[in-house]
Design a protein around this ligand. Structure first.
Ligand SMILES: [Zn+2]
Length: 86
């Protein structure tokens, strides 16, 4: 299964000039920096790159706005957004 963060295609409905997906190089850098889930420390192989500030809300797709999160942590973050990064 390929997740959104593993592809290079823009998301449906996203303006064409907004990059919404982290590149392979960005994901590798985030993996090296975060060394697993930034919230619960799950191993990096269970994590994907996520935006701290969602791109729909003007968040950039760059290392400063990226974080590695496991699926359970990402689900909690999506349903209970916090003004503070994990
Ligand atoms: Zn986690």
């Amino acid at each position: 299964m390929v997740s959104r963060s593993m592809t290079a295609k823009p998301l449906m409905g996203a303006p064409s000039d907004i990059v919404t997906l982290f590149s392979l190089a960005q994901r590798l850098a985030l993996t090296e920096r975060d060394r697993g889930c930034a919230k619960c420390h799950a191993p990096s192989q269970h994590c994907e790159a996520h935006h701290i500030r969602w791109w729909e809300n003007g968040g950039r797709t760059d290392l400063a706005n990226g974080v590695m999160l496991c699926a359970p942590t990402a689900r909690v973050a999506a349903t209970h957004p916090s003004p503070h990064p994990p």
